[in-house]
Ligand binder design. Structure first.
Ligand code: SF4
Ligand code: SF4
Length: 301
């Protein structure tokens, strides 16, 4: 039992938001997925700050799973595993991302003694299995937990002993201590993409803000093309938040990964004489000269 207590003590850790959080990098970040996921209203977002009200925090870990950038450190205490199965509980609903990650880490069934599962679980399981089916991986099954609920006094104490041992066995670092970066689902499916970036080349002014601020290096420039490596996208919204032209959209699309290429040309601005890149070869002025108020005195004319 003392072994169990020391395990429980070491599992009681506060959550911490690290510097990968969009809010700490991008003043214009609108990300609030962690706060939206928290059922206990323990996370408060104000401009670039996120405060955790520890008295309200229930250590459920929903924020850890929801963060697209794996910026929240902590241990998920609300999930229990029995060997290769996730134990069903009506107190939480896993996300598709979460089930996919567990599947890749060896979980292949949901164990329950109440079938059918509630509708939210069923929906998530169905969506997860659709993705697994698409990539020819075995589906997550539902298996019955055949435990006898009526126990003698001796049986009760024996079962307590069994549960304690089981807890120690299941609270293993491999299952519970998922490292911060391991909550990025894209890491587990290197040949697939979960999101597709759509760039509106009519609106894009080639300001490079998306290239600068995308922490996952989705945008690159190579051989006269602006490219998006869609498989790296985690849907953090930094690019859509930073793009002042509203030229970027990120849509959910699970498929074999592909790189999207946009051809650009380099022209010389007819007004200021400076070289600029554009997706419209016929464009004669750079964006600054093009957008300048014609009533202002031009330093170049
Ligand atoms: S979900 Fe992650 S990136 Fe978004 S605000 Fe919360 S900690 Fe920051
Ligand atoms: S492409 Fe946009 S949404 Fe995707 S990871 Fe980069 S900044 Fe985030």
């Amino acid at each position: 039992m003392s072994l169990l207590i020391s395990w429980l003590e070491c599992l009681h850790t506060d959550i911490k938001i690290n510097n990968a959080c969009s809010r700490k990098i991008l003043l214009r970040s609108t990300c609030s997925r962690c706060a939206d996921a928290c059922r206990y209203e323990a996370l408060h977002i104000s401009s670039e700050l996120i405060n955790i009200e520890l008295e309200r925090c229930n250590s459920c870990g929903e924020c850890i799973i929801a963060c697209p950038l794996s910026a929240i450190e902590g241990i998920l205490e609300s999930r229990e595993f029995d060997k290769g199965s996730l134990l069903y509980s009506s107190s939480f609903v896993p996300s598709v991302k979460e089930l996919l990650i567990y599947k890749k880490r060896g979980m292949d069934a949901i164990k329950t003694n109440s079938t059918p599962l509630n509708q939210n679980w069923e929906d998530v399981l169905q969506q997860t299995n659709q993705i697994l089916d698409q990539i020819d991986e075995s589906k997550i099954k539902i298996i019955n937990n055949q435990e006898d609920t009526y126990l003698s006094r001796r049986g009760f104490f024996l079962s307590l002993q069994k549960v304690s041992l089981q807890l120690v066995k299941t609270m293993t670092p491999a299952l519970w201590k998922i490292k911060v970066n391991e909550w990025k689902v894209v890491r587990y499916f290197p040949d697939y993409q979960f999101y597709q970036i759509e760039l509106d080349i009519e609106k894009c002014t080639f300001c490079h803000m998306c290239l600068t601020f995308c922490s996952q290096n989705v945008f690159t420039i190579e051989d006269g093309f602006l490219q998006t490596a869609n498989d790296r996208c985690v849907n953090c919204s930094d690019c859509t938040d930073i793009c002042s032209e509203g030229a970027i959209k990120v849509k959910e699309e699970f498929r074999k990964k592909r790189i999207t290429k946009y051809k650009f040309t380099t022209n010389t601005c007819q007004t200021c004489g400076i070289e600029f890149s554009t997706f419209q070869p016929e464009k004669e002025k750079c964006s600054i000269c093009y957008n300048r108020n014609p009533e202002w005195l031009s330093p170049f004319e």
